[in-house]
Design a protein around this ligand. Structure first.
Ligand SMILES: NC(=O)c1ccc[n+]([C@@H]2O[C@H](COP(=O)([O-])OP(=O)(O)OC[C@H]3O[C@@H](n4cnc5c(N)ncnc54)[C@H](O)[C@@H]3O)[C@@H](O)[C@H]2O)c1
Length: 336
C-alpha cells in the first residue's frame, strides 16, 4: 500500500481526499488543513484519517511516501519543497508554483532525489483531450493553424491569485500538449475591476514557431459559463466544449482549398462538409489523474504532467503577467 497525505481539503482538495481514499493501492493516512471547519468535514466523511493543521507532521512521518498538495497556490512551493526534501513523491495542484525559479527548483529537487513530481493539469487526463490529441497527431486535422479558448463564468473570485493564474494553466497545458511546441512570445492584457491589483479578466496571445497562434480568454466576471477550446486545422476544425454534458467534441469537415501565396486568391474555395460527433468513453478526469500519479510511483514511470510540464506552463504565465504590466507588449520566451 502506498501511504499518502493530502494538504488542503478546500473546495477542490476535498475531491482529491475522496479519490485518494478510494484508490485500491493507496492508504490515505493524513489530511492537513489549517481551517478547522474543513478538518471537521474530512473527519465526518473519512473517520480513519489522521488530521493535522501542520503539513510538517505529514512530512516528518517516514511511512508516508507521497504528498498531495491542494492548498492555496502561494503555499505550493514551500510545502512541495519540504516534502521532496524529505524523500516523498509529490503531486501539486496547478499552478505548480508562482515563479519559474521556484518551479525549476522543485524539478531539480525531484530529479536529484529520484522522486516523482506531478502537477494537476487536469484536462490532459480528460478523454476528450486525449481524443483530440490523437486527431492532431494522426494528421486528420491537417496542419494546425491556430487554437483559441474561453474559460469564463461568474465566480469564484479569488483573493490570493488572479484569473490568469487560476484558470489559464488549464488552457495553456492543453495548447502545449496539442501543438507539441513552446511559444516564442506571449502578450497579454488584463484588468482588475473588483479588487485592486488582481485581474478578473485576461486575454493572452501566444505566438508559436511556424506561424501557429493561440489565444485564450479567462475571466470570473462574465455572464456565461464557457469552457471551450477551438482548433483550426488546414483540413478540419474541432471544438471541445466541456460544458456540454455528452457531445463534448465536434469535428467540422470544413476548410479552404486552393490556398496559395503566389495566386491572387482566384482559386480559393470554401469547403463545407459534415459535422461529426465522435463517441468518446468518458471517465472522471480527476480519478484518472490520481491513478496516473499512483501508477507512476508504483511502476517508476514519468508522469504525463511532470514537473517539467508544470514549469513550462509557469514560464508562460509569468511572461503573460509581465506583458500585462507592459500594457500588452510581447514578451519573448525560451523553453529553459
Ligand atoms: N485542477 C482543477 O481543476 C482545480 C480546480 C480548482 C482549484 N484547483 C487548485 O486547487 C488548489 C486549492 O483550491 P481550492 O479551490 O480548493 O481552494 P480553497 O481556498 O477552497 O481551499 C484551500 C484549502 O487549503 C488550506 N490551506 C491553505 N494553505 C494551507 C497551509 N499552508 N497548510 C494547511 N492548509 C492550508 C485552506 O485552509 C483551505 O481549506 C489551488 O491550487 C487551485 O488552483 C484546481
Amino acid at each position: 500500500m502506498l501511504k499518502v497525505g493530502v494538504v488542503g481539503a478546500g473546495d477542490w482538495g476535498k475531491n482529491l481526499v475522496r479519490i485518494f481514499s478510494q484508490l485500491r493501492e493507496v492508504e490515505l493516512a493524513y489530511c492537513c488543513d489549517a481551517d478547522p471547519v474543513r478538518q471537521k468535514a474530512v473527519a465526518q466523511n473519512h473517520p480513519g484519517v489522521k488530521l493535522t493543521k501542520h503539513f510538517e507532521d505529514i512530512v516528518a512521518d517516514p511511512s508516508v511516501r507521497a504528498l498531495i498538495v491542494a492548498s492555496s497556490a502561494v503555499s505550493h512551493y514551500p510545502i512541495a519543497k519540504a516534502a521532496l526534501g524529505a524523500g516523498k513523491h509529490v503531486y501539486v495542484e496547478k499552478p505548480l508554483a508562482l515563479s519559474s525559479s521556484h518551479a525549476d527548483e522543485m524539478v531539480a529537487l525531484a530529479r536529484a532525489n529520484n522522486l516523482k513530481l506531478m502537477v494537476g493539469h487536469l484536462l490532459l487526463y480528460h478523454s476528450a483531450v486525449g481524443h483530440i490529441k490523437r486527431l492532431v497527431d494522426s494528421g486528420e486535422l491537417g496542419d494546425v493553424f491556430y487554437v483559441y479558448s474561453q474559460r469564463v463564468n461568474l465566480g469564484r473570485i479569488r483573493h490570493d491569485e488572479n484569473a490568469l493564474w487560476s484558470f489559464a494553466p488549464h488552457d495553456i497545458s492543453v495548447i502545449l500538449h496539442l501543438l507539441g511546441e513552446f511559444p516564442v512570445s506571449v502578450s497579454a492584457r488584463g484588468e482588475s475591476y473588483l479588487q485592486q491589483g488582481i485581474e478578473d479578466v485576461v486575454f493572452v496571445n501566444m505566438k508559436f514557431p511556424n506561424r501557429k497562434m493561440a489565444q485564450l480568454q479567462v475571466s470570473w466576471l462574465d455572464p456565461h459559463k464557457v469552457r471551450r477550446i477551438t482548433i483550426v486545422g488546414s483540413r478540419k476544425m474541432v471544438v471541445f466544449d466541456d460544458v456540454e454534458s455528452t457531445e463534448k467534441v465536434k469535428i467540422f469537415d470544413k476548410g479552404v482549398t486552393g490556398v496559395s501565396y503566389d495566386s491572387y486568391g482566384d482559386s480559393i474555395t470554401l469547403r463545407f462538409g459534415d459535422i461529426s460527433i465522435p463517441h468518446i468513453q468518458m471517465t472522471e478526469p480527476l480519478r484518472a489523474e490520481c491513478q496516473h500519479f499512483v501508477d507512476c510511483i508504483m511502476k517508476d514511470t514519468r508522469p504525463l504532467t511532470d514537473g517539467v510540464d508544470g514549469a513550462r506552463v509557469v514560464r508562460i504565465l509569468e511572461a503573460a503577467q509581465r506583458s500585462m504590466k507592459l500594457e500588452g507588449e510581447p514578451v519573448t520566451l525560451s523553453e529553459s
